[in-house]
Ligand binder design. Sequence first.
Ligand code: NAI
Length: 247
Amino acid sequence: MKLQGKVALVTGAGRGIGRAIAQAFVDNGASVVANDRDSIAVEKTAALCGAGCKFVPADISILENHELLVKKAVDEFGALDILVNNAGIQFHEKFLDARECNWDLTVGVNLKGPFFLAQCSARQMVQQKSGGIILNIASIHDSVALLDRSIYSITKGGVKMMTRSLAFELAEYGIRVNAISPGAISTDMNRQVLTNQQRLHRVLEKIPLKRIGSPEEIAGAAVFLASPEASYVTGATLYVDGGILTH
Ligand code: NAI
């Protein structure tokens, strides 16, 4: 029970990595507010997680929603100790065809939303005077470019720098800020790769461990970084990628 008594907010928790993190946090003794813009999906997450999980459907790219999310944690569970900025989107689009609307949407969900939700959450944590944890889900594409997804890669590079910047500024309040950068994980975001044998083979060739990761393997890293075991870790990005970035 590494997170006993802690209260966490997890965005994009309606499926995939976010749902696995919500489940792992509850399994480790935390109370969780699960968020997603998909109300049916996030209600299902809460049902799967049980009594320790409440849900709030909301689009995190709309800044007006942030206070509502933090308030839900405080009203339901009395505090907010951990924020997981997990919600993310991507568009497949060549740079030469890139459209402003896709820039605005991707930056809104992957970077601007997480930045201001971190601000709103950190204000609550500072007020509580008992430290806190902010965990950002970036991507290996914070460091290596992904073909035809330049906007996505740019936002994830921004998330990595956001992690360092906030870790630096919030250290004096005992708030640790870290990121996890997953490699190829079996979620809906990767459906096109997972269902195409040729593309899957090409991806597996790049992964030293020779398999796709599971959402639970990202959740395990999230539990570690949110727990006291990681008490001296801040400003770090943990690559959970089966070794893709080794070569
Ligand atoms: P997913 O597409 O399976 O799930 C993302 C969830 O976020 C969905 O339930 C969606 O409804 C929700 N969401 C999207 N926009 C939202 C918004 N504006 N407000 C609230 N919720 C919103 O994605 P997956 O794979 O679980 O990814 C989670 C995070 O991990 C993302 O940030 C993604 O970029 C990152 N990641 C995923 C990798 C993978 O291989 N699956 C690899 C590297 C990073």
